[in-house]
Design a binder for this molecule. Sequence first.
Ligand SMILES: Cc1ncc(COP(=O)(O)O)c(C=O)c1O
Length: 365
Amino acid sequence: MIDPSIQQRYQSACQQASYNLLRHPQATMAEQLNQLAKEVAEDEQRDVYGSGQLIEDFEYQIAELLGKEAALFLPTGTLAQPLALKVHSLQTGKTDVALHPSSHLLLHEQMGIEHLWGLNPQAIGDPQQPIKPADLKALNAEPLGALLIELPMREIGGQLPAWDSLKEQSQWARENGIRRHLDGARLWQTPDFYQRGLDEISALFDSVYVSFYKDLGGISGAVLAADTKFIQQAKIWARRAGGNLISLYPEILAARRGLRENLPMMPDAVRYAHALGSALAELKGVEVTPDPPQAAMFHLTFAISRQRLADKISLYVQEQGVVILPLPRSGDSHRAVCEVTIGRNAMTQPQSFWLRHMKQFIATL
Ligand SMILES: Cc1ncc(COP(=O)(O)O)c(C=O)c1O
């Protein structure tokens, strides 16, 4: 846990800073609401309990993009994913789910997958690497109803399995009657690495979840895409779980705008991250994971305590007016890990600018 006074110092320094390496520029609430007001077409009506042209057209747009028959807009990924696994479980009659130890469902959802959804998660693979076909072949496939794969893998720097490995895993699951679910919270980052479209990547999975507020800069919200029968069942479970809201139009409008504005620049962000991460890997005093980066993100590890690194980062932002790093998201008394996500902010500057600042920052450690 980082000292709250450091967190406060960091946050106020970020507000004053002139340059930021991380993500997209963030509009104020007032600016965002104004943008959304302009996003509404004259004849558009608010959605009502999941019905109406606004929500249905958007669901159709995402289903098409992912090459699936149908889609369902939901308030969170924390609802969309265990719900998808529940539907798979009902259709297969099996409750076991294989997933990576770093999955959001195991680390950040208070084990709702078990407590709320009655499923039985099985962590598989090396915690620091993507799942491999050999990890799957070593399993007893019999009790498994579903396999969850995250692309890219956020907790390990946005790593991606090679295409052949992914195909082999998907094929193994299909041959064993195991449903394949994709945690695509940041799926938008992956086409450049695979040199394949979102639909071709999604075709390896029976159900796909995507998010709109991470890479795309929306407010919140998720879409679950799959075949029509699956989505019909998912709607029933969303209603049961309190995920069928009277209206979601602000989230849908922000998601639609984010998709239009930010999806086209994702390949540039991935290439920028690849080049910047490769150059940072040459520096002494910092380790880049993965090296080279595979998505529009990477992790930086420093051999210093989490608390001390947080203090040094806050000081640097305060003094230089440059947000060179976020506060470390993990670590201990002798190492600290920061997550860098590349968006339009970083790309306003040449890479030499960030390299110069990173060198200068490392010299302060
Ligand atoms: C990989 C991954 N899956 C799922 C989620 C859940 O998304 P939500 O915040 O919409 O519940 C997140 C959120 O950070 C995530 O990073």
